[in-house]
Design a protein around this ligand. Structure first.
Ligand code: UT7
Length: 333
């Protein structure tokens, strides 16, 4: 059952992604910090991650992903009406990274803004864009998850530096024709009581950058991993169950689950709790690590291009991140 508030059904018309070429392997990390290839692989499922070069800013990666998504959707820059970028690593604090992407694309008619919901940002953007299109306010939207996490990683902290990577993913949303698929149900949630579990403590008004604190690792990601792990499993399971129920699906009728790519043990636990066999759960974490808002967007693009599902199939996307935040979407492709 499509959400009752939907005036116009909204579909995903195209996807795209971009990964920097430079690969950082577990073996290389083991030379930098007190860790081992074996620890990283068995505790996380990650084998390697991509690291952006100096010229590969968040907007640069996002623009490449966006062009691929627009090409895939058959949408020109002139036609684009809305750009929403989910990122915690903007090019600049202001203006929004979305504005640079609008300029790069030459999409001068498009309204462009960023949202900050960490790893959940792409699905937050999906829900916002879906509502704005289904209400008739916009005909189409480009949503992007893009991160240069290597710029906010403490490369001396073994508990976090082995986890993250860089990249971007994008999707074009538009009003769906009667014979096309649609976003069937969406869900988002936040628990601000748990802000302390995963954060970049400095760089904002609470702790501005000063000459005195610049070397204190306040401007890099801090995480209480074990605690985050526990919440991630519970919240993603609940969010996924909600959209599955609202969309009228069952575990058997889902062709593919695409979860946030943070830890293979979390992904396995989600698959188990949703009773979806592992072969119907998409994983690319081993290649890219955790790319925060970009992860689900890159995974959606890779999964659709690799034939993990086809037109008419039901898929479920589910994410979790700092905030704490979580979100899910059920989609008929
Ligand atoms: O994207 C947003 C959402 N993020 C997540 O969902 C991440 C969730 N958390 C996780 O994925 C996992 O908690 C981690 C992968 C971050 C950590 O795995 P863990 O199994 O929870 O390990 P732990 O933090 O409980 O640490 C176990 C041990 C500790 O040593 P002791 O105290 O038992 O002696 C750590 O110091 O592993 C040690 N450790 C490491 N050892 C080798 C932590 N990092 C490393 C490392 N190499 N890189």
């Amino acid at each position: 059952m499509i959400e009752l508030t939907t005036a116009f059904p909204v579909c995903i018309a195209g996807t795209g992604s971009y990964l920097p070429e430079k690969i950082l392997t577990n073996a290389e990390l083991a030379l930098r910090v007190d860790t081992s290839e074996e620890w990283i692989l068995t505790r996380t499922g990650i084998r390697e991650r991509r690291i952006a070069g100096a010229d590969e800013t968040t907007s640069h990666m996002a623009t490449h992903a966006a062009r691929r998504a627009m090409e895939n959707a058959g949408l020109t820059a002139d036609e684009l009406e809305l750009i929403i970028v989910a990122t915690i690593t903007p090019d600049t604090p202001t203006p929004a990274t979305a504005c640079y992407i609008q300029q790069n694309l030459g999409a001068s008619r498009a309204v462009a803004f960023d949202i900050s919901a960490a790893c959940s940002g792409f699905l937050y953007a999906m829900k916002i864009a879906k509502r704005l299109i289904s209400s008739g306010a916009f005909k189409n939207a480009l949503i992007i998850g893009a991160e240069k996490l290597s710029s906010v990683t403490n490369w001396e902290d073994r508990s976090t530096c082995v986890l993250f990577g860089d990249g971007a993913g994008a999707a074009v949303l538009r009003v769906a024709a009667a014979d096309e698929g649609a976003i069937l149900a969406t869900e988002m949630g936040t628990d601000g009581n748990l802000t302390h579990l995963l954060k970049i403590p400095g760089g904002g008004t609470a702790c501005p950058i000063t000459a005195a604190n610049v070397n204190d690792h306040l401007f890099t990601l801090n995480m209480l991993g074990r605690e985050v792990f526990k919440h991630a499993v519970n919240r993603m399971k609940e969010a996924a169950e909600k959209v599955i129920e609202r969309a009228g699906l069952t575990a058997d009728s889902i062709a593919c689950v695409i979860p946030h790519q943070a830890n293979l043990r979390i992904i396995d636990a989600i698959a188990d709790r949703l009773a979806v066999p592992n072969e119907r759960v998409f994983v690319n974490l081993h290649k890219y690590g955790n790319t925060s808002a970009a992860a689900i967007a890159i995974a959606l693009d890779e999964a659709s291009r690799s034939g993990a599902f086809k037109r008419g199939d039901n898929i479920v996307l589910v994410v979790f991140g700092a905030g704490l935040t979580w979100a899910a979407a059920a989609i008929r492709w």
